[in-house]
Design a protein around this ligand. Structure first.
Ligand SMILES: CSCC[C@H](NC=O)C(=O)O
Length: 136
């Protein structure tokens, strides 16, 4: 189901709870909602559709990838960049890391550890921050 974008800064500042297999609906809602905004949006966290669970979706080329309970376990090569967000007006400067390692459950709840670089790594960092109540 396509959900409304949460722009309530107080709600977005809340830390999200770990997701479980009971949270299937948010997986499809994130897919549907990202698809509906794919012209302007490359990633989303569940709290952006009002669900305070640690689930993110990241556009990797043409493929949207869901990550459940993502955790960045290693990062290297910091740089400064400017980012926007569907939940926020304008852009803000932030520090991101060129290379990250992420531990997460895939869409079938299979434990996965994967390395990411460049723009995909940047999107993941932005969305993991959302899970921690941090907006850029
Ligand atoms: C480069 S990271 C920016 C991610 C942002 N998505 C919101 O959480 C977006 O603009 O799609």
């Amino acid at each position: 189901m396509i959900r409304e974008i949460n722009r309530n800064q107080k709600s977005l500042a809340q830390k999200s709870e770990p997701a479980t297999k009971n949270d299937q609906a948010v997986l499809t809602d994130l897919l549907d909602t990202l698809r509906a905004h794919q012209d302007v949006c490359v990633g989303m966290a569940a709290n952006m559709i009002g669900v305070h669970k640690r689930v993110i979706i990241v556009q990797m080329g043409v493929l949207p990838v869901l990550m459940i309970n993502p955790e960045i376990t290693a990062k290297s090569d910091p740089y400064t960049t400017s980012e926007g967000c569907l939940s926020l007006l304008g852009e803000r400067q932030t520090t991101r890391y060129q290379n990250i390692t992420v531990k997460f459950l895939n869409k079938n709840f299979k434990p996965t550890t994967q390395k990411f670089t460049d723009f995909v790594a940047q999107i993941i960092q932005h969305e993991v921050d959302h899970c921690d109540g941090i907006i850029i």
